[in-house]
Design a protein around this ligand. Structure first.
Ligand SMILES: Nc1ncnc2c1ncn2[C@@H]1O[C@H](COP(=O)(O)OP(=O)(O)OP(=O)(O)O)[C@@H](O)[C@H]1O
Ligand SMILES: [Mg+2]
Length: 237
């Protein structure tokens, strides 16, 4: 089972969009894919067209209550996030609770959509995942968020047996900006041993997520597919 956390401390850097795009890509490959939404905002479920967002699937999984992944297409399920993820009972769980809960899940690929600025919830995903995609754009606060995540993962690598390998997903929002044009090379200079994937701005992805349609169903040749294919290859290296 491939388990991939999509994280980034700053809000709005494209975590959910990348998660649901990758989910659609994996489903299209015929893989049983589950999106685990760790965000109280429940955006991943919305972006994939889950009709009833009131089921707090991920919270129930974490609390070992009965949970119901919502099927949105053949081979594509979502465990919805929701406000229950902010409750005290969840915040007090051990960081490896999600990793342990995964034993009850059958899927080829599990994607964890992390929330912004909620390190407890993010940590569940980083403990459970074998791989992590660290999302940033050119904003200095997003870059700072990545630096903190890399620090955390480096420490894990030095001190613990299980840690995810990681890569950076760099969203280029506007090529007219110098900071966006140089983002990939700047990140490669800062993190020479970390793969950096360029995530282009893609109006098909915007349309698909806004309308709750899996990306490849809305646009089989979406621009972002080249990046998705490179990321998918990296997960198998
Ligand atoms: N590659 C992309 N192409 C076009 N639009 C994008 C892309 N990535 C993100 N967006 C748009 O940017 C906004 C923020 O994206 P998204 O919700 O994926 O970020 P996020 O990091 O998950 O945010 P949050 O921290 O609130 O969970 C959305 O309006 C989304 O449609
Ligand atoms: Mg999000």
């Amino acid at each position: 089972m491939q388990t991939i956390a999509i994280a980034g401390r700053k809000g709005g850097v494209g975590k959910t969009s990348l998660t649901v795009a990758l989910a659609s890509y994996c489903t299209n490959l015929g893989l049983k894919t589950l999106v685990v939404d760790l965000d109280p905002q429940s955006n991943a479920g919305y972006c994939l067209g889950v009709e009833d967002l009131s089921h707090s699937g991920t919270a129930h999984l974490l609390l070992r209550q009965s949970f119901l992944p919502q099927q949105v297409r053949d081979n594509l399920w979502v465990l919805t996030g929701g406000i229950e993820l902010e409750g005290g009972a969840i915040q007090q769980l051990d960081a490896d609770e999600l990793a342990l809960s995964l034993q009850n899940i059958e899927a080829d690929v599990v994607l964890f959509d992390c929330p912004p600025g909620q390190e407890t919830l993010e940590r569940f995903a980083l403990m459970a995942a074998n791989q992590a995609l660290l999302c940033t754009d050119s904003h200095p606060q997003a870059r700072l968020g990545i630096a903190r995540l890399v620090n955390y993962l480096e420490r894990r690598r030095q001190t613990q047996r299980h840690y995810p390998r990681w890569a950076i997903a760099a969203r280029i929002a506007d090529r007219r900006r110098l900071a966006d044009r140089s983002l990939v090379t700047d990140l490669q200079a800062d993190y020479p041993s970390t793969p950096v994937f360029e995530i282009p701005s893609d109006s098909d992805l915007f349309y698909a997520t806004a309308n709750g349609i899996p990306l490849l169903e809305a646009a089989p040749k979406a621009r972002i597919c080249i990046a998705l294919s490179s990321i998918w290859k990296w997960t198998h290296e």
